[in-house]
Design a protein. Sequence first.
Length: 320
Amino acid sequence: VFVNKYLLSSEDLKLDAPLFVTWFQCAVTVVLCVLLSVGSQLFPGYVSFPALKFDPKVMRDTLPLSIVFVCMITFNNLCLKYIGVAFYFVGRSLTTVFNVIFTYILLQQTTSARALLCCGIIIAGFFLGVNQEGASGSLSIIGVVFGVMASASVALNAIFTKKILPLVDNNVWRLTLYNNINATFLFLPLMAIFGEAKTIFEFPLLSSVTFWNWMIISGIFGFAIGYVTGLQIQVTSPLTHNISGTAKACAQTVLACMYFREEKTSLWWLSNLVVLAGSGSYTEVKRQEMKQQHRQDVAAAEKQGEILDAIEAKKGPPPV
């Protein structure tokens, strides 16, 4: 996030091409996947990476997820371009709320009243944060809009990732490869539509080694985040991923205020705490509900076993 903030809105660079920055990160991810795959075959004792197979059919099947993925990283970067790193947490805090909405719309799964109350707390914290950012004179309305759209995209990405993973044999690396290959093609018309080609060719630091070093570093970080995100969703759930992301963003907010030496009001910090409290409460409510559901499933299984044992006992021993 800090590297992206530097690339997107630093006074040193003044590069107004967020789609290009995002496209380059996807391209770096594709190159890294290929290099690691080749390296694992040439040096199996030193590099551990699954062999990557390219299947056009799977590429088409993963396209819906790739479209959501492109929206997610684009809105994330656009949000970061217009708002500060410190406010980035609150600006994208509605992910859990959208997760509940899309879970109901796409999966027809309802949410308890207690969980909805926690979502209400998150929304209240979000609006308090927007209000306080406005009071400090640093509010960007377009940045907040992009933040809300990013939250929706993150929630959708988590749900679609869980659904698409079985199509690639639950291999996170294969999904990462297909996702980023699709994204590199999807970004090209977007960059053309928004006129970024001219901006890139006229960029004075296009031949700067330092600039490309930062771009490559951002691509490596993007690759690492993409892998960890897919792995976490694979072994846990979209909900767990969203909640841990919120906790990460909280630490990020504190670091940003320290690094940029920003002074915030008590109400501004309160908005962060309200969002964090709502997210934490939502996690606890869902954890309790999952434990209760697990106990019910175990009890039902035990009862079914007892019924089967009773039926077998009535039948008596098999004839000799």
